[in-house]
Write a protein that binds this ligand. Structure first.
Ligand code: MRU
Length: 352
C-alpha cells in the first residue's frame, strides 16, 4: 500500500494486496518468525481473522474488505456470482464479533456490490473500494496523531503507557494509539513508552515491543500487573490506547485490561486517551453494555504455545475485551477531531 520510501515511517504493514490474492503477516508467530500467509479467497481471509493471523480492529476491517474483493474475483463466472459474494460477506461477518470496523467495512463493500449488475464491474469496483478503505485508514491514523498531540500539547518530552498492539500491525499502517507514540517520537516529545505485555495473547510483548524496537522507538516492556506501580511513580503523563468499538455515549470496548488502566489513571491523576478511526464508532449502540464481547478458548490462558501453565482442564474465563465507561476517559481522538470528556452530546456533535 505504501511505497518503500514511506514504508519505514508507517511501520510494518500487515496486509498486502496483489489483485487476485491477499498476503497477511502471521501475527501468531511474531516476534520469532516473520511468515506471510497467502489467502486466495474470502473463506481463507475469514479463517485468518478468526485465528488471529491478522488482528486489531482496523486491520480486521481492511482484510475483510479485501476478502469481499476476492470473493468477486474468484466467483465462478456463472450467474451465481451474486450468491457467492453474498455468502462470503455473511461468512466474513461471523469471523469475530467485537470490532465494529469489520461490519463497517463489510457494509461499505456490500453497498458497492449492490450497485454492480455485471461480474466484471463488481471485480473492479470491489477491489478499488477495498484499496480505498486501506488508504483511508492510513490517512486517518496520520490525522489522529495530529489531533492527539493538539490535545496533549506537551511542552516537553512525556511518558506514555499503552496496552495491546495498536500499531501498524493492527491497522493499514502507522497505528492509532501507537501512531500517537510514533508522532511524539518523531517530534522528540517521547521520554519513555511503557508497553503492557497484555495477557493472555501477549500483543504487547510479542507485537508492540517488536514493532517499536524494529522502528527504533525505545520501549520498556512491563507485566500488566506493574501498571499501577508505574503510574504511581509519576513517570507516565498519558495512558494511550486503541478501541474496538465506541458507543454513542462514549463507552469504549478495547483489549481486556483497558478498563483497569482507566481506573488506575483516574486514581493517579494521569490522562487517559482513546485513539481510533471513526470506523470504530458505533452510533447505533447507546452504551457499552450492548457491545458483544468475544470470549475465546480457555487454552489461551491454560497454555502458551502448547506449554501448560495451569492444571489441565481448569475452568477459565477468557473475555478478550472489556468496556471502559466514558466517565473515565479524558479524550476520544479520531481523524474527525477529539471529543473531550466524552458523553452522548459530545459524541453526537462529531458523529451524528
Ligand atoms: O484481539 P485483538 O488483538 O484483535 O485486539 C486488538 C485490540 O484490542 C486493539 O487495542 C484495538 O483493536 C485497537 S487496534 C488499532
Amino acid at each position: 500500500m505504501a511505497n518503500s520510501s514511506d514504508q519505514r515511517s508507517l511501520g510494518t504493514q500487515p496486509v498486502r494486496w496483489h489483485g487476485d490474492s491477499l498476503e497477511l503477516l502471521d501475527q501468531r508467530l511474531l516476534p520469532t518468525e516473520e511468515h506471510w500467509i497467502t489467502a486466495e479467497g474470502a473463506s481463507a481471509v475469514a479463517q485468518c481473522i478468526t485465528d488471529m493471523v491478522v488482528r486489531g480492529a482496523p486491520a480486521i476491517g481492511i482484510s475483510a474488505a479485501y476478502g469481499v474483493a476476492l470473493a468477486a474475483r474468484h466467483a465462478g463466472g456463472s450467474e451465481n456470482w451474486q450468491v457467492e459474494v453474498r455468502q462470503s460477506i455473511e461468512q466474513l461477518a461471523k469471523s469475530r464479533p467485537t470490532a465494529v470496523n469489520l461490519f463497517w467495512a463489510l457494509q461499505r463493500m456490500e453497498k458497492v456490490f449492490l450497485a454492480c449488475s455485471e461480474l466484471d464491474e463488481a471485480v473492479e469496483r470491489l477491489a478499488a473500494e477495498a484499496v480505498l478503505i486501506h488508504k483511508e485508514d492510513i490517512a486517518a491514523n496520520l490525522a489522529m496523531a495530529d489531533h492527539a498531540l493538539d490535545v496533549m500539547s506537551p511542552q516537553q518530552a512525556i511518558g506514555v503507557l499503552t496496552h495491546c498492539n495498536t500499531g501498524a500491525l493492527a491497522t493499514g499502517g502507522y497505528g492509532t494509539a501507537l501512531g500517537v507514540i510514533r508522532r511524539l517520537h518523531e517530534r522528540n516529545l517521547l521520554k519513555k513508552v511503557y508497553a503492557d505485555e497484555t495477557r493472555p495473547w501477549l500483543q504487547g510483548s510479542r507485537l508492540t515491543a517488536w514493532e517499536l524496537s524494529r522502528d527504533e522507538i525505545p520501549v520498556t516492556l512491563n507485566a500488566d500487573g506493574a501498571a499501577a506501580a508505574i503510574l504511581a511513580s509519576g513517570k507516565v503523563n498519558w495512558v494511550v490506547v486503541g478501541a474496538d468499538r465506541i458507543t454513542a455515549n462514549g463507552d469504549v470496548a478495547n483489549k481486556i485490561g483497558t478498563y483497569s488502566l482507566a481506573v488506575l489513571a483516574r486514581h493517579h491523576n494521569v490522562g487517559f486517551m482513546v485513539v481510533a478511526p471513526s470506523s470504530t464508532v458505533d452510533m447505533t449502540l447507546l452504551e457499552g453494555a450492548q457491545i458483544p464481547i468475544e470470549e475465546r478458548e480457555g487454552t489461551e490462558i491454560r497454555e502458551i504455545r502448547g506449554i501448560p501453565l495451569a492444571p489441565a482442564g481448569v475452568e477459565v474465563f477468557n473475555p478478550v475485551f472489556d468496556v471502559t465507561p466514558a466517565n473515565l476517559i479524558d479524550a476520544i481522538v479520531t481523524e474527525k477531531g477529539a471529543v473531550l470528556k466524552p458523553d452522548l452530546a459530545g459524541m453526537k456533535a462529531l458523529f451524528a
